[in-house]
Design a protein around this ligand. Structure first.
Ligand code: APR
Ligand code: PHB
Length: 386
């Protein structure tokens, strides 16, 4: 259930093992392909996509990055991932492009994706034949009798509540991100994560002519209060360093995203498996959400391959624990990056000094910088079995 990156990649991986699936999605194809989301792929995630035939546009328009800048106190410091790790990098490639690639690949292979489905529901997950019911885009009621159902239906989906006695661990942050997509040539070679007294700012990009920028704002921030002029002047202030400025251009899109850490488990009940945002959310500061979702799916594809083709359910039994170990590492890293770089409302001078001390430490100690680089570029990827 769900045609986000998790549901679509799972369907693609299952097909390579000869396992049939249908992806049921309540939004239209246009909506799924236009949704603006994150954009950083860990090295292992990019490799995974290439290894399953999804590397063509990624290699053509993805932008490989060997580090990030951390900025604080008016100065900018480079964290060089390549030299801190064994040459690891990340690739800036928008999630929306990953989704387009996956939809195109599934449809070209004759895969079934039911967009614009309504009345989607799941039953009998504790039995050997769970049922997925929905009304298709033409208004015809459908019912699919399945071996398993994968709840890849995002944070607001209907599958997570079907798991009885699920444990939930949650933290909401007292700020949000105002995201801006602009037709402006990025004035930086690498992403810039900037801590400023007025709040955090992030400089990212989508192409050599499109910038993706974020500003820390209040969780209940009103978009209409942010004119393009106000956005640019706030960005200039939060990224200011001597002799450099943010290149401005027409703003194409803006939106406000809340910041939340959320982990739920177990990620399985009977024949229902959760993957991606349906089970966990990280704040975007660590750029981990998409990578975690795709990593869950590799573990799940391996487990379903063993269960459905060989009748061996050990990997399926280990699925939740295997995923949650990585999820908690990413949850800690994202929380750490978020706490180090944002200015919480009401934070006092003591807290500010701790943040600055931590930032100075990360940018001056090889051990600390290596820890950041290792987490940012990704953990050892789950290996796809074929
Ligand atoms: N029935 C069918 N589809 C549903 C339902 C439902 N009841 N509820 C939600 N969906 C769909 C959504 O419309 C969406 O297309 O499930 C899909 C979930 O996709 P995502 O939210 O993209 O989640 P996921 O595939 O896990 O990808 C995680 O998305 O939010 C980002 O940072 C996150 O990068 C990460 C990625
Ligand atoms: C993005 O490009 O959208 C992006 C990059 C890095 C982040 C979050 C978002 O940490």
């Amino acid at each position: 259930m769900g045609a986000g990156p998790a549901g679509l990649l799972l369907s693609h991986l299952l097909a390579t093992n000869g396992i049939e699936s249908v992806v049921v999605e309540n939004r239209s194809r246009e909506y799924c392909e236009a949704r603006q989301r994150a954009g950083v792929l860990e090295g292992g995630t990019a490799e995974l996509l290439r290894s399953v035939g999804l590397g063509k546009r990624l290699d053509a328009i993805g932008m490989e990055h060997g580090g990030i800048y951390l900025q604080f106190d008016g100065s900018r410091h480079y964290v060089d991932f390549r030299s801190l790790t064994d040459g690891r990098t990340v690739t800036v490639y928008a999630q929306t492009e990953v989704v387009k690639d996956l939809i195109a690949a599934r449809l070209a292979a004759g895969g079934a994706i039911e967009f614009s489905a309504t009345s989607v529901s799941v039953s009998d997950v504790a039995s050997d034949r769970p049922v997925l019911s929905y009304v298709d885009a033409d208004g015809t009621p459908r019912s699919v009798s399945c071996d398993v159902i994968a709840g890849c239906d995002g944070f607001h989906g209907i599958c997570r509540p079907l798991i009885p006695e699920i444990s939930v661990y949650e933290r909401t942050y007292p700020y949000a991100w105002l995201g801006v997509l602009a037709d402006a040539v990025p004035s930086t070679d690498e992403l810039i994560y900037s801590r400023h007294e007025s709040g955090f700012a992030l400089y990212s990009m989508r192409s050599p002519s499109v910038s993706r920028l974020y500003l820390q704002v209040a969780p209940d921030e009103k978009l209409e209060e942010w004119s393009d002029d106000r956005i640019w002047s706030e960005l200039q202030k939060r990224f200011a360093v001597d002799g450099w400025s943010v290149a401005e251009g027409p703003v194409r899109e803006k939106s406000v995203t809340p910041m939340r850490s959320f982990v739920s488990g177990p990620m399985r009940y009977g024949r229902l498996f959760l993957a991606g945002d349906a089970a966990h959310i990280v704040p975007p500061t660590g750029a981990k959400g998409l990578n975690l979702a795709l990593s869950d799916v590799v573990v799940l594809a391996n487990a379903l391959r063993a269960a459905l083709l060989s009748g061996s359910w050990e990997l399926a039994d280990a699925y939740s624990d295997t995923c949650l170990r990585r999820v908690w590492r990413a949850t800690h890293f994202s929380w750490w990056m978020t706490s180090m770089l944002h200015v919480a409302p009401g934070a006092d001078a003591f807290e500010a000094q701790l943040q600055l001390s931590q930032l100075r430490y990360v940018t001056s100690s090889r051990a600390q910088a290596t820890a950041l680089a290792e987490n940012y570029t990704g953990y050892r990827p789950a290996r796809l079995q074929t």
